[in-house]
Design a protein around this ligand. Structure first.
Ligand code: GTP
Ligand code: MG
Length: 348
């Protein structure tokens, strides 16, 4: 997912005030009538749920509002320029960065780290329709009409228009969701998202089928209790993801905003199932700890998927062993059989 972008924004400059004198038919030497310059347009950022990611900022990187017109004779105000709206995905954090990073290579890890260190958060756009004034247009300058007085009938003064703000911004998008589905590859994370929600993620029997976060909404309607729970399913976590193994740890940022983690495990062996589940669970927990940023502290529900592969009579023993080693309880589902009711019960 394209979840990082850098853009340049420039609001409109105000127009200069004008210096002019009225030359009416009966007023060969009329008074000052130079009008004020127009106001430059602002730049607004608007969060829009129809924008899935930041990919369009690969193509358009510079947003420049036209400058306003200067003032005119007959005390006419120069034309203002319209504000510009830039639509960005919901979940975008907007940072101001120093101009020295205007052309720096953000793919270079060290450069990116220094950009991230020096950035200043302007706003976090978490709601559809939220708007933010990112750059103010310059005010127009006053024309000489405004400088007339009883002692100065022929003012030559005027004001120049003020320049519009210009800035370099770093946009970083982090999915906004209530619940995050994670775990090692191929345990059925996307299958669970599909069974719970309206989403249609790709599902296949090999690791890293999911390469980008998938989003879905679970509707819970229990008479008086209606809930819409937004769920995100992320790629698989493997040992040393933090060090760059697999597709790396970058996608974990899309779990930073969730309240609850659904940590999915699944049997992949026929004997010693409990030990295998514990090992897989601990691999993922270790990567969460390395990543930090609040993830290790989040509420976690551990879910065994593919439960039909485990004899019902063996489940209690597996639960006991899992609890002994990790301190966590297990719930059982089978996305394959369409039975994810244990998750719905926990979330509602
Ligand atoms: N037996 C069984 N197989 C399942 C179940 N749920 C999913 N699968 C299968 O497990 C495989 C992996 O499913 P995915 O949903 O793609 O798994 P994932 O965890 O999202 O995988 P990655 O995105 O690659 O990490 C597919 O072949 C699914 O059909 C289940 O409840 N029982
Ligand atoms: Mg998947």
């Amino acid at each position: 997912m394209k979840d990082l972008a850098r853009i340049y924004i420039k609001a409109g400059d105000g127009g200069d005030g004008s210096v002019h004198f009225l030359h009416g038919k009966y007023q060969p030497k009329g008074g000052p009538d130079g009008g004020d310059g127009g106001d430059g347009g602002d730049i607004l950022l608007v969060a829009d749920e129809n924008i899935p990611n930041l990919v369009e900022f690969n193509f358009t990187k510079k947003f420049i509002v036209k400058n306003a017109d200067r003032g005119w004779e007959k005390n006419m105000h120069g034309k203002n320029t319209d504000d510009m709206e830039i639509k960005i995905p919901v979940g975008t954090m907007v940072y101001e960065i120093s101009e020295e990073y205007a052309n720096a290579n953000l793919r270079d890890r060290e450069t990116l780290e220094s950009v991230m260190k020096g950035r200043r958060l302007m706003v976090d756009m978490t709601k559809h329709g939220q708007s933010f004034e990112a750059a103010w247009g310059g005010r127009g300058g006053r024309g000489n009409f405004q400088f007339r007085s009883s002692t100065n009938q022929t003012p030559m003064e005027f004001e120049a228009g003020k320049p519009g703000d210009e800035k370099w911004l770093l946009l970083e998008m982090k999915v906004v969701a209530d619940v995050g589905i994670m775990g090692i590859p191929n345990v059925g994370k996307s299958s669970i998202l599909k069974a719970l929600t309206n989403a249609h993620p790709k599902i296949a029997g090999y690791p890293f089928t999911t390469l980008e976060p998938n989003l879905g909404v679970l509707h819970i309607d229990q008479g008086d209790k209606k809930q819409n729970i937004v769920i995100v399913d992320v790629p698989g976590v493997i040992e040393d993801a933090w060090e760059g193994k697999g597709i790396g740890p970058w996608f974990l940022k899309h779990l930073e905003r969730v309240n609850t983690l659904l940590h999915i495990v699944a049997p992949s062996v026929e004997t010693e199932i409990a030990q295998q589940l514990v090992t897989d669970y601990k691999i993922v927990r270790a990567e969460l700890t390395k990543y930090g940023k609040g993830l290790p502290e989040k509420k976690e529900i551990v879910v065994v998927n593919k439960m039909e592969l485990v004899e019902e009579g063996d489940r209690a023993e597996i639960e006991k062993e899992f609890k002994k080693e990790t301190g966590k309880d297990l719930i059982w589902v089978s996305a394959g059989m369409g039975d994810v009711s244990a998750i719905v019960a926990k979330l509602s």
